[in-house]
Design a protein around this ligand. Structure first.
Ligand code: MN3
Length: 206
């Protein structure tokens, strides 16, 4: 069964002025579509074509560069659209407590996340995730993510930010740090809290 591009859960201009309409249009309709198309091409007629995306990522080191890069691209962007929303809420409840316990404060967590995103040389992602019953921050290169067997960090991601230039260049040009600062205005904390709940449950069951 071929993978398909998920619809954006809001309009292209919904994240203005923090993430601009044209960037969202190109990012979703062109970049993400290309990852989906190239992933389908890479698995077509191979033993990988009946595997779930999660199964492909878990064996990213063995499935070849095309599946690793485009499978990662498909998963990362599907996750990214969902953790964004117009708004400007803040984390609440258990998630807010976990952030304070793991990093000292919400502001310290944001600083550490922004440093991970700004410090990623070239293209990649910054992540906030659950690791060993705590929250942790890390970054991955290219379209790698923490679910991959080859990942440098193996957390269960609850929040991620795309720091490829295509995610911000039209509005922010070379100013990645400014984009990372603006990103916090459009985080969907309800969705992040759902990921957090799920990650916690898995840890408790393990
Ligand atoms: Mn991208």
């Amino acid at each position: 069964m071929a993978f398909t591009l998920p619809a954006l859960p809001y309009s292209f201009d919904a994240l203005e002025p923090h993430i601009d309409k044209l960037t969202m249009q190109i990012h979703h309709d062109k970049h993400h579509q290309a990852y989906v198309d190239n992933l389908n091409k890479a698995i077509d007629g191979t033993p990988n074509e009946n595997k779930s995306l999660e199964e492909l990522l878990a064996s990213a080191g063995k499935v070849g560069a095309a599946v690793r890069n485009n499978g990662g691209g498909h998963w990362n962007h599907s996750f990214f659209w969902e953790i964004l929303s117009p708004g400007g809420e803040k984390p609440e409840g258990k998630l807010a407590t976990a952030i304070d316990e793991s990093f000292g404060s919400f502001d310290e967590m944001k600083d550490k996340f922004n440093a991970a995103g700004a410090g990623r040389f070239g293209s990649g992602w910054a992540w906030l995730g659950v690791l060993d019953g705590k929250l942790a921050i890390c970054s991955t290169p290219n379209q790698d993510n923490p679910l991959m067997d080859v990942a440098e960090c193996k957390c269960k991601p609850i929040l991620g930010c795309d720091v490829w230039e295509h995610a911000y260049y039209l509005k922010y040009q070379n100013r990645r740090a400014e984009y990372l600062k603006a990103f916090w205005n459009v985080v969907n904390w309800k969705k992040v809290a759902q990921h957090f709940e799920k990650a916690n449950m898995k840890l408790a069951e393990a």
